[in-house]
Design a protein. Sequence first.
Length: 233
Amino acid sequence: MLAAALRWRNRALIAIPLAVLWIFSTPIVSDVLMRSLEDRYTWRRDAAYPDADAVFVLGGGILGARDHGGANMEWGSTAGRFDRALSLFSSGHATILVLSAGGAGDRRDVGEGARLQEIALQRGVPSQSVILTPATPNTAAEADALTELAMRLHWKRVLLVTSAFHMPRAMGLFLKCPVEVIPVPVNYQTRAAGQSSDSASLDQVLPHAEALFRSERTLREYMGILFYSVVRH
């Protein structure tokens, strides 16, 4: 639209994309969009979850971009997934911890799943209680890997840990898994609806790069939900 505005000197063609950019960059809009995903599944304490055969933590972003191995782990933005899975395992809600190996194209010397396996063992998880999946470049591959494990090991119930905004797409991909999959949402990006905000009301309608990022992340999830609803169903 901006290119067309320069070509045909039409101010409306400039105003429309700028207005769209402004709207999706405001916290009040981005938070509503993000909550539409995050509020699909209720957050619960560990004690509120039933016992399961395994707890499966979805990968992606758990390690920092420049993690170099060794004891000093560099954590990423979704590290809460791993911590929550360990908490559920340690509290006795699952007897197996399943870790996603990550994509085959990971440029680290050791892939994310293998690094997390090392940390789990260091934190006292028995080696026989940790399963590392084959290479899983995306959530669809993770769903296929868990389905294969569940069928081979005759599981009945699995706790699924991932970021709250990602949970709706993940649960859609796990529909064909032959076990009961219990969602465990973590890493919330927004406050609950009605919860007070530290920001001034005017700040909620001013553009912010962080708000635009949340809007982009939300729209990407909805695109993924739509894509897999056509491809896998």
